[in-house]
Design a binder for this molecule. Structure first.
Ligand SMILES: *Cc1c(COP(=O)(O)O)cnc(C)c1O
Length: 441
């Protein structure tokens, strides 16, 4: 379990989060249920923001990578915490704008943004668009021209840093669908191309070297390579970048194989990035660029837990025990996608000694519908409340109605209060967009 002040075991031996007993939450809101600890989210946003303010004279901005968890409330929290956001689709952009998130603090990413998404972004004065293809540069220039404006853009660069992480979530190797590679010269080509576009205002460069990264050296290497690239472009084309966006990817605790990071550890990571940035820009005699970082997972991941009710418990003699819960891959597909490992706790018997190891299975009609493998629990019983930790990122945002299950609701807890931020679905929601053509009636 994570060592956080708002996540603890109370006097009843129940798991508590944000001052709420999780057994009471399961009773009041039903299961499965996503629970988000507001304090943790704000603490994480603050540590990134404050480190840039304190150590880099505020010459930068934290962008919450909202693909990790996108809903109206999270954009409100980000706005209140005075940070920016990045979005990767028209849907995320719409959600942010719908709650009045300041458009100038929105950065729009994606390797294949649709023309209509770009048009929507330009029309709504999205601050910066991260260019990821020649086609996109053409389309954006056209759109900006039609709106009589100069669209701020940065270019996604692939600096060729190999972060030590899971291959599926690795994005900055030379073989990536994202960005333009420095090593094969395509990065230089797109820079020249964008500089020649009359209605595009090139501000700088972006990279994102992967996810779930704990090795600070990876980020420092990315800084060094990106600054070297800035210097090369300045020398060749006389263009000096004002903005350097280093992406996200800061690792979080999921299970015993991961280090448990405190908020101060994230401060140390950003401190290292800033120190490397100051050192490298001085060496190349460049100005210190406006620094952007884009943490997603590390802001919401450990802030979230999911509560389930145990249903059937099935022992395959001599092989394993399956504990089935009322959720599954429709609300947490990460084991099915990446074999991600999660830790669990029986929230109603949190102090009991773990006596066996089990596999936690979902309710979908797929053998691969697993939530956790080989986790220790005290003899689980039907009706127990199970908590799965670190589910705040890439769970709800990846959820679906597979098997026509409901996407679970989400609540925000803080100081003993709980409020919906995503309401429960109904059967009516499930069929909302279904239609039967006349000839089938
Ligand atoms: C996914 C992504 C992030 C966030 O990554 P985390 O691992 O959630 O911190 C940041 N920037 C870009 C461009 C991304 O694609």
């Amino acid at each position: 379990m994570n060592e956080r002040d708002t996540l603890k075991i109370n006097s009843k031996g129940h798991l508590e989060i944000g001052g709420k007993d999780t057994v009471d939450l399961a009773e009041e809101f039903g299961t499965p249920l996503y629970v988000f600890d507001e304090k943790h989210i704000r603490d994480m946003m603050s540590v990134y923001r404050n480190t840039i303010n304190d150590e880099y004279d505020g010459n930068g901005l934290v962008l919450y990578a909202s693909k990790a968890f996108s809903c109206k409330a999270i954009y409100r929290i980000a706005a209140q915490e005075n940070i920016g956001v990045d979005v990767v689709s028209g849907g995320e952009l719409y959600t942010a704008l719908s709650v009045g998130f300041p458009a100038d603090k929105i950065y729009f990413h994606g390797n294949n943004k649709l023309f209509k998404e770009l048009a929507y972004a330009v029309k709504n004065k999205v601050g910066t668009i991260v260019v990821d293809s020649f086609k996109e540069a053409d389309e954006l220039n056209e759109l900006a021209k039609n709106h009589h404006l100069h669209q701020n853009v940065i270019i996604r660069i692939n600096p060729g840093v190999e972060a030590h992480t899971h291959a599926y979530i690795q994005t900055a190797r030379s073989d990536s669908k994202f960005g333009f590679s420095v090593s094969d010269g395509s990065a230089e080509k797109i820079v020249k191309y964008v500089l020649d576009k009359k209605n595009l205002a090139l501000k700088g460069f972006h990279c994102h070297i992967g996810s779930q990264i704990f090795e600070n050296e990876s980020f420092i290497l990315a800084v060094q390579k990106m600054v070297a690239f800035i210097a090369e472009i300045k020398q060749k084309y006389g263009f000096e970048a004002d903005v350097l966006n280093l992406g996200g990817g800061f690792g979080i605790w999921y299970n015993s194989e991961d280090p448990k990071q405190k908020t101060t550890d994230y401060q140390i990571t950003v401190h290292g990035i800033i120190a490397a940035l100051k050192e490298t820009t001085a060496r190349y005699k460049l100005k210190q660029p406006y620094l952007l970082i884009e943490p997603g997972r590390s802001i919401v991941g450990e802030a979230g837990i999911t509560l389930y009710t145990v249903g059937s418990v099935k022992e395959i003699a001599g092989i394993k025990k399956y504990v089935a819960i009322d959720g599954g891959m429709f609300e947490n597909p990460r084991y099915a996608l990446y074999q991600s490992k999660y830790e669990v706790l029986l929230a109603n018997r949190a102090n009991e000694k773990c006596t066996e190891r089990v596999t936690v299975a979902g309710k979908c009609c797929e053998s691969g519908d697993i939530i956790a493998v080989d986790v220790a629990v005290p003899n689980p019983q039907s009706g127990d409340i199970m908590a799965v930790f670190s589910t705040g990122a890439y769970n709800y945002s990846m959820a679906s109605n597979y098997n026509r299950n409901f996407v679970p609701p989400a609540i925000l807890v803080k100081d003993g209060k709980a409020e919906y931020i995503i309401k429960p679905q109904t059967y009516e929601d499930i069929v909302r967009n279904d239609t039967v053509p006349d000839y089938l009636k």
